[in-house]
Design a protein around this ligand. Structure first.
Ligand code: TYD
Ligand code: MG
Length: 482
């Protein structure tokens, strides 16, 4: 049989070329041409209904109102997961879970499948199961993990497969499972395409076929996608457009906590996160993330005594640390900002920033120097967001400034203080969104709120100029070994 004429489409601009070249003539992009085989026959299904002479069918338009039956969401019972999905899985929807290799995607989805498997069997009309199809691991590996997670007894259907044709043959039936996990989409291939698994055309075509079956049979399809070094799901984001929901699983490898973040959701809010902790027996929900991020920090009233008490510490407090009232999704989260300011030994002061934007730090030091008469910028500065969290909110400006001032003046920020606010170049402090929600944890602890209009007020409040060094504001100096 003669092979259909191949054509090469640029993945950047869409230009079609009859031959492969290294560089697209249309947009100049390098290495962006991918082979595409044209469809020989019209898709089946065409030809029914009123067909005009171009072969199209007239659409039956409807109004915006009308009976719409949304089937009830399917909950996993893992509350953090359900929240990120907007209150549970929507039947017939496709969800992409992206993340770095080894972050815990397979673990999370096996737990979710196991959680849903026995429960969905109870609802009337629905089949009893969830299926987990792995293209990456062997059956034994998954079984071992299931045992470790304590879910080996659940009724999850397990299969090791990577041929989409086989998978569809098993799923395209009346009694399809309620949840299907494909781990991962990069290992799946369609035998009708020549390209290797993991290439754009394979990933796109395999996902398209699977999503079509999910919509037809009404099961929830979860696709696992690996993220490339550049931070995009391989197959230049093609998948993100095809699925209903995109979740990213992120976190620092060396830290225990993991965050599941919704970046796109056709059935819910996108600013929701779920926080998990990786433990010996899988991922454990963290309903109160603040406790995790503030772990190890002495609470108000605790005292650091003895030889280990650091210089400048008082009532359990070390200088250079401030608690920021941040927002993760719709939830307030308390995070510790740590700063260390040391005289620069070499000509150019060093800056090392973890979990926060270096440019923003430069801006805040400049504002502190220019508007408050301090000399922070001439020193080496080390800034760290404790717990491995990455903060992108400008609302953390004031907490960073508080940590810097506290470190510079070697004066602890009072232990029961949380700080938030955006700093303008003039030194003015601007209000930020979600003020009420940010205040919530502090208000629950019975703390009062102090409004700060200018950065100078913060400096004055934390470390008044006339206060002798190392003498904390309105606290007795105690606990340092004599
Ligand atoms: P995995 O789910 O395989 O990651 P992904 O599918 O995203 O590549 O998780 C791998 C890591 O999780 C691995 O380094 C071991 C760790 N892990 C635990 O710490 N505890 C556990 O109970 C499990 C199952 C895994
Ligand atoms: Mg995996």
């Amino acid at each position: 049989m003669a092979r259909a004429q191949a054509r090469f489409a640029c993945q950047q601009c869409g230009a079609v070329h009859p031959k492969w070249t290294g560089r697209c003539d249309g947009c100049g992009a390098w290495n962006s041409l991918i082979e595409e085989l044209p469809r020989e026959a019209l898709p089946s299904g065409l030809g029914k209904g009123r067909v005009d002479r171009r072969g199209g069918r007239a659409l039956g338009f409807v109004g915006l109102t009308g009976p719409s039956i949304l089937p009830p969401r399917r909950q996993t019972g893992i509350a953090e997961f359900d929240r990120v999905c907007g209150g549970g899985f929507v039947p017939g929807s496709a969800i992409l879970v992206g993340g770095d290799p080894g972050i815990g995607k397979s673990t999370l989805l096996l737990q979710a499948a196991a959680a849903i498997a026995p429960r969905s069997g109870l609802s009337s009309g629905q089949t009893a199961s969830a299926a987990y199809i792995t293209g990456e691991e062997a059956i034994d590996q998954v079984r071992l993990r299931a045992e470790r997670l304590g879910v080996a007894a659940s009724s999850v259907l397990l299969a090791a497969a990577s041929n989409v044709r086989d998978i569809i043959a098993s799923l395209d039936r009346e009694d399809a499972p309620g949840l299907v996990v494909i781990d991962s989409i990069q290992t799946m291939y369609l035998d009708t395409l020549d390209s290797a698994p993991g290439t754009v055309s394979q990933v796109r075509a395999a996902a398209q076929e699977l999503i079509r079956v999910a919509k037809r049979r009404g099961f929830v399809l979860v696709l696992v996608g690996h993220v490339t070094k550049e931070g995009v799901i391989a197959g230049p984001r093609v998948l993100e457009h095809m699925v209903d929901t995109v979740l990213y699983f992120e976190g620092e490898r060396g830290h225990q906590f993991r965050i599941l973040r919704a970046v796109k959701n056709r059935f819910g809010a996108t600013d929701e996160i779920g926080v998990f902790e990786m433990s010996d027996c899988g991922l454990v929900e963290v309903p109160n993330p603040s406790a995790l991020f503030l772990a190890g920090r002495p609470t108000a009233g605790e005292e650091v005594v003895g030889e280990n008490a650091p210089e400048g510490s008082s009532a359990g407090q070390v200088s250079g640390s401030a608690v920021f009232a941040g927002m993760e999704g719709t939830r307030p989260v308390l995070v510790e900002v740590q700063a260390l300011v040391a005289p620069a030994l070499l000509g150019t002061p060093r800056r090392a920033v973890v979990g926060w934007d270096g440019t923003r730090l430069a801006m805040i030091t400049a504002v502190l120097d220019a508007r408050c008469g301090l000399s922070v910028g001439a020193n080496d500065i080390y800034l760290n967001i404790a717990g491995g969290l990455r903060i992108v909110e400008p609302a953390a400006d004031l907490a960073v400034a508080a940590a810097l001032v506290s470190a510079l003046r070697e004066t602890p920020v009072p232990a029961d203080t949380v700080v938030f606010g955006e700093i303008a170049l003039s030194g003015d402090v601007r209000p930020v969104g979600h003020t009420e929600a940010r205040r919530e944890p502090a208000a629950a602890a019975g703390l009062e709120t102090v409004a700060i209009g200018h950065l100078g007020e913060l400096v004055e409040r934390l470390a008044p100029r006339r206060t002798p060094r190392k003498q904390p504001l309105d606290r007795r100096r105690i606990g340092v070994a004599s």
